[in-house]
Design a protein around this ligand. Structure first.
Ligand SMILES: Cc1ncc(COP(=O)(O)O)c(C=O)c1O
Length: 385
């Protein structure tokens, strides 16, 4: 059979999320691994979807996305960030995942280099590689997950075409400072690069931390593809509705791939999300408070265990240090915690291409019901006691 399978897949790893979720099921573990809520998004969004279905909005949507959803996105981008967008600046895709895939397919030629901050969201590596590009890594160093400016500039070569930014950041929960964003932007201008900015957790920042879309910095409008996800914002990851925003010429290029990939995204879901964005002002304070409480619950409870947490400013993830000398690696720790304690976490070393830093941490997702979080941490507390 192997002879029938494309070389593109040589060395392509199985997603860690599939591996861990399968094992978590097998051992009936509390799943603090995969990054999605174990509870529903708001009920009123179901109603919007149902109404759309009943109104007969059930056939193919326009390939680029429906008008009202793009209008809603443009409206909130203006209101929250003072960004001016028209319909031509937006492409609706099957989740942020498809936006990422089509962006790399549309922008990369074989041999182009792409800077990834590590730990990186795993689909970047796969997408860049599938598009013929070559990932180059810049490490976000624990515990602050800041990066060395010289390391970024030194990673840029004649072949570099893109810098991929994920802000707020999965898996560390880091929110890049304005100064760091300015430096990244200055590198893009100086070396004539594009930025792919994955901002799916744009609304999940905690305390007084504010999200700044990099596209709002000087010189970035022409150089940025910003990607976000209705699934993350409204807690319906399974609906897979995401979007890319960029200059019209870039959006046309992305659509050149999208039209041959999924062609269009599910129609009633798009209508529901178009209406959901109208409720953003009322919805967001509750949404953020819910997740901030979950972050605090897990952070405070983990401090009482052998797995010391690093407090995140954004996203719904948190890194925790593995107790020294107790496990061979993060993968070893993650497997043993599933099999022996019944708690699933993600070993982050798989998100690094250069540094070993991931081997001493675990990623914990706190987008779970409080009972799930309390039970998971309770089980972790029994370790070593
Ligand atoms: C950083 C990041 N980007 C993209 C995605 C995928 O988003 P979607 O579910 O909209 O495809 C995720 C999902 O976990 C993510 O964490």
């Amino acid at each position: 059979m192997q002879k029938f399978i494309s070389e593109k897949l040589n060395g392509m790893p199985v997603s860690i999320f599939s591996t861990i979720s399968k094992l978590a099921l097998e051992y009936n573990a509390v799943n603090l691994g995969q990054g999605f809520p174990d509870f529903n998004g708001p009920e009123w969004i179901f109603d919007f979807a149902l109404e759309a279905m009943k109104e007969g909005k059930n056939q193919y949507a326009p390939s680029v996305g429906i008008h009202s959803l793009k209008e809603s996105i443009a409206k909130y981008q203006k209101k929250y960030y003072d960004i001016d967008l028209n319909e031509e600046n937006i492409l609706i895709t099957a989740g942020a995942t498809e936006s990422l895939y089509v962006t790399f397919q549309a922008l990369l030629n074989k041999g182009d280099e792409v800077i990834l901050f590590e730990p990186y969201y795993d689909s970047y590596f796969a997408d860049v590689t599938l598009a013929g590009g070559k990932p180059k890594f810049v490490t976000l160093r624990k515990p602050t997950f800041d990066f060395d400016y010289a390391e970024l500039e030194n990673a840029i070569t004649e072949k570099t075409k893109l810098i991929v930014l994920n802000n707020p950041h999965n898996p560390t929960g880091k929110v890049f400072s304005k100064e760091q964003l300015n430096f990244i932007a200055s590198m893009a201008v100086k070396h004539d690069l594009m930025i792919v900015s994955d901002e799916v957790y744009e609304f999940l920042t905690f305390d007084d931390v504010k999200h700044t879309p990099i596209v709002t910095l000087p010189g970035m409008k022409e150089r940025t593809v910003t990607i976000s996800s209705c699934g993350k914002t409204f807690g319906f990851t399974g609906w897979k509705i995401g979007y890319a925003m960029a200059e019209p010429e870039i959006i046309t290029a992305l659509n050149g791939i999208h039209q041959w990939t999924t062609f269009a995204v599910n129609t009633p879901g798009q209508h529901a999300m178009a209406r959901a964005f109208h409720q953003l002002d009322d919805y967001l304070p509750e949404f953020r408070m819910l997740y901030q409480q979950k972050r605090d619950l897990v952070y405070n409870a983990l401090k009482e265990t052998s797995f010391k947490p690093i407090k995140p400013d954004g996203s719904y993830f948190m890194m925790a240090e593995i107790p020294a000398g107790r496990f061979e690696s993060d993968i070893d720790a993650s497997m043993k915690l599933i099999k022996e304690l019944g708690v699933a976490t993600i070993p982050p070393s798989v998100f690094y291409g250069k540094s070993d830093e991931g081997k001493s941490m675990l990623r914990i997702c706190f987008a779970k019901r409080d009972e799930t979080l309390i039970e998971g941490v309770k089980r972790l507390k029994t370790f070593g006691s």
